[in-house]
Design a protein around this ligand. Structure first.
Ligand SMILES: [Zn+2]
Length: 139
């Protein structure tokens, strides 16, 4: 860890009451805490509440129902959903590489995807249309 003040190396200096590591600079003797990790970037939503909202979304609960149950505004829920989607994409892009799968099972999301297909319009991105077109019919 380098000092924010003089850029020299720092030693560990106990723990903060919230559990984060504290450091003290060996030159200027200033103390500071390690950077807080912010899993929800700029959102002020508590992590446990965000987790329960995502669980409700995965279970298929509607946006307004979640709003009523949790008391979190629907725009916040949508921001959380967008963030979770982007993070999932990042995770899958880094972890799922060079796979040679013969079969893919996507039963759980098929109803969602199938429902969305009806909403694809002629003016939408051709990528979107291809995505739906390559989907085999469930037997
Ligand atoms: Zn320093």
């Amino acid at each position: 860890m380098t000092c924010h003040n003089c850029q020299s190396t720092c030693n560990r200096f106990g723990k903060h009451r919230n559990g984060l590591q504290r450091y003290r600079c060996s030159q200027c003797r200033k103390t500071f805490t390690e950077d807080h990790t912010r899993p929800l970037v700029g959102m002020r939503l508590p992590l446990d509440k965000a987790e329960s909202i995502l669980k409700l979304l995965v279970e298929g609960m509607s946006l307004r129902s979640i709003e009523r149950v949790t008391g979190v505004h629907r725009d916040t829920i949508m921001s959380l959903l967008l963030l979770a989607g982007e993070r999932s994409q990042q995770l899958m892009d880094t972890k799922m590489r060079n796979l040679s799968a013969r079969y893919l099972q996507v039963d759980e999301i098929w109803t969602y995807v199938g429902k969305k297909r009806r909403n694809v319009r002629s003016g939408d991105s051709p990528e979107l249309g291809d995505q739906w077109a390559t989907k085999p019919k469930p037997s």
